[in-house]
Design a protein around this ligand. Structure first.
Ligand code: FMN
Length: 203
């Protein structure tokens, strides 16, 4: 067994340790809008659900050259965002949207994804995504060194849009139809087609 003290690793080695060990990670394709109205959509895999009641989720957004990434800045400015779930059909467009575009360029225009108006928040949803979660900012916690800060963004889901055919009895989501994509280490991804069922013990 190797014993690794994160403090003695380089930034890259810490990054590789986390993204290779905590796998697979879901991908939040986050749409936002800036104070001057430019739309933005970018993927984040430091993403998870936190609680069902209230319906909270978290997305951790880093910085670029010490400055908040556009999505972080937009969420801080407007207090709103939409998490669009990534499935196989929009995988390539999600990857394209992760490029470093200047703040005045909309990734919707660059990728050809279709913005559709949200109902409770200002940022548009991604039409091609099978599940879209409209969120208001619950809390933004700034973490880490001021030279390379990260924002832990906690959002409350105020409205969910789910494609009809994916919404099954009792409110279950059809995983086969959803075809979600997950992120692994390096540049690797996983499909979610290899699943198995195992009931929890009763006591
Ligand atoms: C699958 C995937 C997952 C990513 N996850 C994160 C993440 O969790 N946090 C982060 O800061 N950047 C992450 N990135 C990089 C951002 O998407 C990238 O920096 C993007 O340009 C940010 O856009 P923005 O400046 O418009 O917010 C990820 C990229 C990809 C392709």
């Amino acid at each position: 067994m190797l014993t690794l003290d994160p403090g003695s690793l380089s930034h890259r080695e810490r990054y590789f340790l986390l993204i290779g060990s905590i796998v697979p990670r879901p991908i939040a394709f986050v749409s936002t809008v800036s104070g001057n109205g430019t739309t933005n959509v970018a993927p984040f895999s430091y993403f998870n659900g936190i609680s069902s009641t209230p319906p909270l989720l978290s997305v951790a957004i880093g910085s670029r050259d010490g400055n908040p990434k556009d999505s972080w800045r937009n969420i801080e400015e407007t207090g709103e965002f939409v998490v669009n779930i990534v499935h196989e059909g929009i995988f390539e467009k999600m990857v394209a949207a992760s490029a470093d575009f200047p703040p005045d360029i909309s990734e919707f225009d660059e990728t050809g994804l279709t913005p559709v108006p949200s109902e409770r928040v200002t940022p548009p949803r991604v039409k091609e995504s099978p599940i879209q979660l409209e969120c208001v900012l619950h809390k933004l916690v700034k973490l880490g060194d001021p030279a390379t800060p990260t924002a832990l963004v906690i959002g409350e889901i105020v409205l969910a849009h789910v494609r009809n055919e994916l919404y099954l009895e009792h409110g279950h989501i059809d995983p086969e139809g959803l075809r979600a994509i997950g992120r692994m280490g390096r540049q690797d991804y996983v499909r979610t087609r290899d699943r198995f069922e195992r009931k929890r013990p009763r006591s």
